[in-house]
Design a protein around this ligand. Structure first.
Ligand SMILES: Nc1ncnc2c1ncn2[C@@H]1O[C@H](COP(=O)(O)OP(=O)(O)O)[C@@H](O)[C@H]1O
Ligand SMILES: [Mg+2]
Length: 308
C-alpha cells in the first residue's frame, strides 16, 4: 500500500506497518485518530501455557542443569545439530516449570521490530503491537528464539539488555522501557554445524548465555525415544538407529549433517501407515538429506542390509 507520504508498507492482519519516519511524526504531533492500548488478560497468557506433558527422554543431567539456570534466571543457549531434541526439551521444561512459552522461529529477514513490536495503522488509527519478545518480557514467559544464528546480528543485539543485570527492553520507537517480569527467561537454540563467518553469533552475544550442548542420544536412548514417540516395536527402532549411525559416520565425508532423531520418527510414522520399512527409510531418512548419487546409494545399501 502507498501511504500519503509515498512510502510502501507491508500488509499484516489487515493493518499496515508504519515506516519509521512516520513514527517520529506520530511522536511529534500525537495520534489524531485515537490510540488504543491493550494489556494481556490472564486468558491471553494461558494460550502460551503447555498443559500436557511433552514427551522428553533426558540424555544426561540437562533437566537438572536447566532447572538451576532457570532458578538463577540465567539465559540459556542450547547447542546441537538439527532434530536432536532441542525444541522438545524447551517445551518440556516450560511445562515442568509451569511457565508460558513463546517460541520465535528466527530467519534472516527478521528485523528487530519483528521481535520488539511496531506501530500498526488500521481503520481505528495507529496502535502499538508488542512483538513476541516484548510480550514474553511483560508476562513472564520463557522466550525461545529458535535457530538464532539465522537472524542478522543487528537484530540479535536487541536481546542484550534482557540478558544481563538490567533485565529490561527499551522500546525506542514507543519511548517505553519494559522491565522484565521476574519469571521471564531467554533461551536460544544454535546449531554450530551451520556456522560460517557470515553466520555466527557475536562473542558479545554468546557471552551472555549459559550453554547446554546437545547431540544425538546414545543408541539405546535414541531407540527408546523412537519407540515411544512413534509407538513402534523395539527391534524396528533399533534398526532405524543403526541406519542413522551409518549416515552420521558420513558427516564431513559428503554429508553436512547426519540423519536426525526427527527423521527416524518420520520413518517410523510412515511404517505405522503401512509403508514397507525399506521404502519408508528411503523416503524419510535418505532423500531429504542428500542430492549426491553416491551417498544416496551407500545409504540405500545400508537400509537394504539392516532390513534384509
Ligand atoms: N530426548 C527426546 N525425547 C523425546 N523426543 C525426542 C527427543 N529427541 C528428539 N526427539 C524427537 O525428535 C523430534 C525433533 O526434535 P526437536 O526438538 O524438534 O529438534 P531440534 O529442535 O533439536 O531441531 C521431536 O519432535 C521428537 O519426536
Ligand atoms: Mg528446533
Amino acid at each position: 500500500m502507498k501511504s500519503p507520504h509515498g512510502w510502501v508498507h507491508g500488509v499484516f492482519n489487515k493493518a499496515y506497518w508504519i515506516a519509521d519516519a512516520e513514527i517520529d511524526e506520530i511522536k511529534l504531533f500525537g495520534n489524531k485518530t485515537g490510540h488504543q492500548e491493550k494489556t494481556m488478560s490472564d486468558q491471553d497468557i494461558e494460550q502460551y501455557k503447555i498443559t500436557t506433558e511433552p514427551f522428553y527422554k533426558p540424555q544426561e543431567d540437562e533437566i537438572e542443569l536447566y532447572g538451576a539456570a532457570y532458578d538463577a534466571r540465567l539465559p540459556v543457549m542450547i547447542k546441537g545439530p538439527t532434530g536432536c531434541g532441542k525444541s522438545r526439551f524447551v517445551e518440556h521444561m516450560a511445562w515442568k516449570l509451569g511457565k508460558p512459552l513463546i517460541t520465535v522461529a528466527c530467519n534472516e529477514d527478521m528485523t528487530a521490530s519483528d521481535l520488539v513490536g511496531r506501530y500498526l495503522l488500521d481503520a481505528n488509527g495507529t496502535r502499538w503491537v508488542d512483538g513476541p519478545l516484548t510480550t514474553a518480557a511483560r508476562i513472564g514467559a520463557i522466550c525461545y528464539l529458535d535457530e538464532v544464528v539465522e537472524a542478522r546480528q543487528d537484530t540479535t543485539v536487541v536481546i542484550h539488555p534482557l540478558t544481563d543485570h538490567r533485565r529490561n527492553l527499551p522500546l525506542d520507537k514507543k519511548g517505553e522501557m519494559v522491565e522484565a517480569h521476574p519469571d521471564f527467561q531467554l533461551v536460544i537454540s544454535y546449531n554450530p554445524g551451520y556456522q560460517s563467518l557470515m553466520k555466527d553469533l557475536k562473542q558479545s552475544t554468546k557471552q551472555r548465555f549459559s550453554a547446554l550442548e546437545f547431540d544425538y542420544p546414545t543408541a539405546s536412548v535414541e531407540a527408546s525415544i523412537v519407540e515411544q514417540e512413534a509407538g513402534i516395536d523395539a527391534d524396528t527402532s533399533a534398526k532405524l538407529v543403526k541406519i542413522a549411525h551409518a549416515a552420521r559416520n558420513l558427516k564431513g565425508h559428503g554429508l553436512d549433517e547426519g540423519i536426525s532423531t526427527r527423521l527416524l520418527v518420520y520413518a517410523a510414522n510412515l511404517m505405522n501407515k503401512g509403508i514397507a520399512p525399506k521404502s519408508a527409510c528411503r523416503m524419510a531418512l535418505v532423500r531429504p538429506i542428500t542430492d549426491d548419487v553416491d551417498i544416496r546409494d551407500t545409504l540405500d545399501h545400508a537400509i537394504d542390509s539392516v532390513f534384509a
